[in-house]
Design a protein around this ligand. Structure first.
Ligand code: ADP
Ligand code: MG
Length: 458
């Protein structure tokens, strides 16, 4: 069993108390959790028999459960009453759960001081959690690095930089990471931000002459996660600002986790000094999961859709069939599963076995529709239809839109005018964009491989 730091233990204790009794954030309950040796023995020190009883009745089971989860072994917790004990340790910066230590130092007659509260900012999906992120050889190192920070509340390297092509789990892992850090270290200020939001925020601050406020905002953060930093590629001024943020957070010993579609060394459109900084910590890649991992991911996804019910043998066959297909990212595998579910829920009676229907559904040479084109693009790039039709632009969105136009032109033979109407653009812009796309597909291997994967989807 790993030796936890005092801070980890105190955070666990804090979490248990506030989980069961949120009002105790203000209550003068004094206790201290210490580990005795390495055999799963812990001692909880309290100040009176009454507190001991209260703890045993109310929190002990939950505390044990939490400790067993964290340390993955059986634990015993002994409650010890230290009458008249005042812990000097609580003056240390890594003292017990923050609210408990503050109360310890407050004379009984005075109201407790306000608590140093943390926060979690950002658009975080509740279904992107660490406990439903499937681990395989494709992502093991990245997950280990993430878990290490979750346990410590701080990264031992600056920054942690994760990269992969789209749809391989970066955003899921990073959002799950933020939620887990906040859960475990509720006093920390955590911010998850997509890089395009960071850039917009920066531009807005320039427009309103509020650069100082902008900088201050990011300086106060303990854990900053910026998703898709490749978005900085074409934004020179924002790159410079990002260097400031990067340095400020490093100087205040914060944690920075970044994701991108390429390793720093290949991000040629990012200025050298920023690229060097990106590569200065730990750089890890997420890969396409192998067959077994794909089966686990799709099983997990299907279970979630069925409110946790186990997947039966018939559906396991479907999952195995989808997992054996040659897609290029997890989003596409998930998209195929969603398609199957949607079709089965909406088509009522089936002719033949479930697997036969799925084979039929995912077979090639099918007739294309506009909805198919949007769906494929959504599966591949994660971009909703409304964004594709909007005027908004960022690298991923422009890329997705280019391929959407190409698909509609090639698979549906749609006129430039009709495509333009659908996407709210002049037919000349569509022509220009589409010619560019054709050129790129013929000259750039990355574009070619995206095009091939779109053609191979079903
Ligand atoms: P990226 O940010 O790399 O483009 P996402 O995080 O958006 O990719 O992942 C795309 C989809 O694939 C999401 O629905 C995500 O939940 C799923 N996914 C990817 N990898 C895993 C994994 N290892 N376990 C569970 N789901 C995964
Ligand atoms: Mg993402």
């Amino acid at each position: 069993m790993d030796s936890p730091s005092k801070l980890d233990l105190n955070n666990i204790l804090n979490k248990v108390i506030t989980k069961l009794d949120s009002h105790l954030e203000q209550a003068p309950l004094r206790c201290n959790l210490v580990q005795l040796g390495n055999d799963g023995h812990f001692r909880l020190e309290v100040e009176s028999d009454l507190q001991g009883k209260l703890f045993a009745n109310r929190y002990l089971e939950e505390l044990k459960r939490e400790l067993e989860l964290v340390f993955a072994s059986n634990v015993t917790v002994t409650i010890k009453v230290n009458k008249g004990h005042r812990s000097k340790k609580q003056h240390h910066s890594d003292a017990i759960a923050p609210h408990l230590s503050l109360i310890e130092d407050t004379p009984a007659s005075q109201p407790p001081a306000p608590l140093p509260k943390g926060s979690l900012r950002g658009n975080i999906r509740t279904d992107y959690r660490l406990d439903n992120f499937v681990i395989g050889d494709c992502n093991r190192l990245a997950v280990e690095a993430i878990r290490d920070i979750v346990i410590k509340g701080k990264a031992p390297y600056y920054p942690l930089y994760l990269y992969s092509s789209c749809g391989l789990g970066k955003s899921h892992l990073l959002q799950g990471f933020c939620a887990a850090v906040f859960d475990r270290h509720p006093h920390l200020k955590i911010c998850y931000i997509a890089c395009d939001e960071f850039v917009n925020d920066f531009i807005e601050s320039l427009r309103n002459n509020k650069q100082n406020e902008f900088r201050e905002k990011y300086r106060q953060i303990d854990v900053l996660v910026v998703d898709d930093v490749h978005f900085l590629s074409t934004k020179k001024a924002s790159q410079e600002e990002f260097v400031h943020t990067f340095n400020a957070l490093q100087n205040s010993s914060g944690t920075l986790v970044l994701s991108s579609d390429a390793p720093p060394v290949d991000s040629k459109e990012i200025k050298q000094h920023l690229r060097d900084r990106f590569g200065g910590g730990l750089v890890l890649e997420l890969d396409l999961p192998d067959y077994e991992t794909r089966v686990k991911i799709l099983t997990m996804k299907l279970q979630q859709k069925m409110s946790g019910k186990p997947v039966n043998a018939q559906w396991m066959k479907v999952i195995e069939y989808i997992s054996s297909k040659n897609f290029t990212n997890v989003r596409e595998y998930e998209g195929a599963l969603n398609r199957v579910l949607f079709s089965i829920q909406n088509n009522g009676e089936m002719n033949g076995s479930l697997l036969d229907c799925v084979r039929e559904l995912l077979k090639e040479n099918r007739t294309w529709t506009i909805a198919d084109c949007f769906r494929l693009i959504k599966d591949k790039f994660g971009v909703p239809d409304a964004d594709l039709k909007s005027r908004a632009r960022n690298r991923e969105l422009s890329l997705a839109r280019s391929f959407l136009i190409r698909l509609m032109r090639e698979k549906l033979n749609m006129s430039l005018k009709d495509v333009g109407k659908l996407l709210g653009r002049a037919h000349t812009s569509i022509l220009e964009l589409d010619n560019k796309t054709i050129k790129k597909i013929n000259s750039d291997p990355e574009w070619r491989s995206i095009w091939e994967s779109l053609n191979n989807c079903d």
